[in-house]
Design a protein around this ligand. Structure first.
Ligand code: HEM
Length: 329
């Protein structure tokens, strides 16, 4: 086991920002085409499954390296959650997909990581995977552009990147990722997959259910499991941090690397509680409409939780463009 380290360093290739910017026009065209079909919405994670009110309770007696930013002292923050399917399309929940769990922590006090202005929100965007699908953002962006052009373009992009035979392995990995078994939002662990700063340190953030008894998910409507459970009791997750120890073991720049728990174990820093609340009726419908219009963005962050690494840097331009296109930025 290694100790959390402050010795992390981003390696930013020359021209990277321009490279990311060069994808934006194509992504915007793709988003507009999807919006024609499904109505105004996000480029990715278009299908919102549920919006919920929650609270985050930061635990006392954390190790010094974890007492940073919103985890600095025991506190309770109001939270808004958006559960989603990851895809570009609105499909039945039974279709294979990545699942999103976006958390907006409110009433925090800090400075914006983007421009140093006062900042009262801290977002953590999580998926049901502990690492991202590709090492570099360009691979993901190329795939997204190719996907928009149909299966042939996807084959040709993958073949260019991985060679003819390597392409089949890469496509296999992709379908394994999308098809990962999913027992519902109450049953699974969700991770930021790529790291953020924790003050002087860096970590991946994850949540996992504290209560192992859960109602079986209805695969064709994932909201039902959450609703049924909330009719009986609160839902609680523990929020955990897995710290950067060194670039070799816990890479900042390669988003596809699993961080080994033997070298860097998770520590619990907070509880995320979704209290019982209305799951139908006018107030619930209002919340759903409001959450669809919110911006969840890893760069909606205080300086102590700056997003780190190549994948995170690419997301700065992509999320802003998607928000502009759907008219919320
Ligand atoms: C280069 C990599 C990535 C790109 C280009 C990208 C792009 C996007 C875009 C454009 C949106 C819609 C934003 C909006 O209009 O509000 C989105 C949403 C989302 N992304 Fe990513 N993403 C990337 C990587 C990731 C990673 C690593 C995660 C892991 C946690 C992630 C999790 C999410 C989630 C949970 C949402 C839904 C947020 C919501 O509910 O509003 N993304 N992504």
């Amino acid at each position: 086991m290694k100790r959390p380290s402050k010795e992390f360093k981003e390696i930013i290739p020359e021209g990277e920002e321009q490279l990311f910017e060069s994808y934006i026009a194509t992504l915007t065209t793709l988003q507009k085409a999807k919006s024609k079909k499904f109505g105004k919405g996000r480029l990715l994670h278009r299908k919102g499954i549920m919006g919920l009110n929650a609270r985050l309770e930061v635990l006392p007696s954390l190790p010094v390296y974890a007492c940073q930013g919103i985890f600095a002292k025991p506190s309770t923050f109001p939270v808004i959650i958006r559960l989603s399917n990851g895809g570009l399309d609105v499909k039945n929940d039974s279709a294979p997909d990545i699942r999103g769990f976006a958390v907006k922590v409110q009433k925090v006090s800090g400075k914006s990581v983007l421009d140093g202005s006062d900042q009262t929100e801290q977002d953590f965007l999580m998926i049901n995977h502990s690492k991202f699908s590709v090492a570099r953002a360009e691979d993901f962006l190329d795939m997204l552009v190719a996907l928009s052009k149909g299966p042939l373009a996807l084959f040709s992009t993958m073949a260019k990147r991985h060679g003819f035979f390597g392409m089949f392995g890469a496509l296999g990995n992709l379908s394994k990722l999308m098809g990962k078994k999913f027992d519902g939002f109450m049953a699974e662990t969700f991770s930021t997959a790529v790291p953020v700063q924790i003050g002087d340190y860096a970590a991946k953030v994850r949540i996992r259910p504290l209560d192992n008894e859960y109602i079986q998910a209805d695969k064709s409507d994932l909201s039902l499991q959450v609703k049924k459970h909330l009719q009986q009791k609160d839902i609680t997750y523990e929020m955990q941090l897995q710290f950067f120890v060194d670039e070799e073991t816990t890479s900042l720049e390669d988003g596809s690397k699993e961080w080994p728990e033997e070298e860097s174990p998770f520590i619990t820093v907070a509880h995320l509680i979704i209290p019982q609340q209305p799951t139908d009726g006018a107030a619930f419908d209002d919340l759903q409409a409001q959450v669809e219009l919110l911006k969840f963005d890893p760069w909606n962050a205080i300086t102590e939780h700056k997003p780190l690494g190549n994948i995170m840097r690419a997301r700065k331009a992509a999320y802003f463009a998607s928000q502009k296109t759907r008219g919320v930025a």
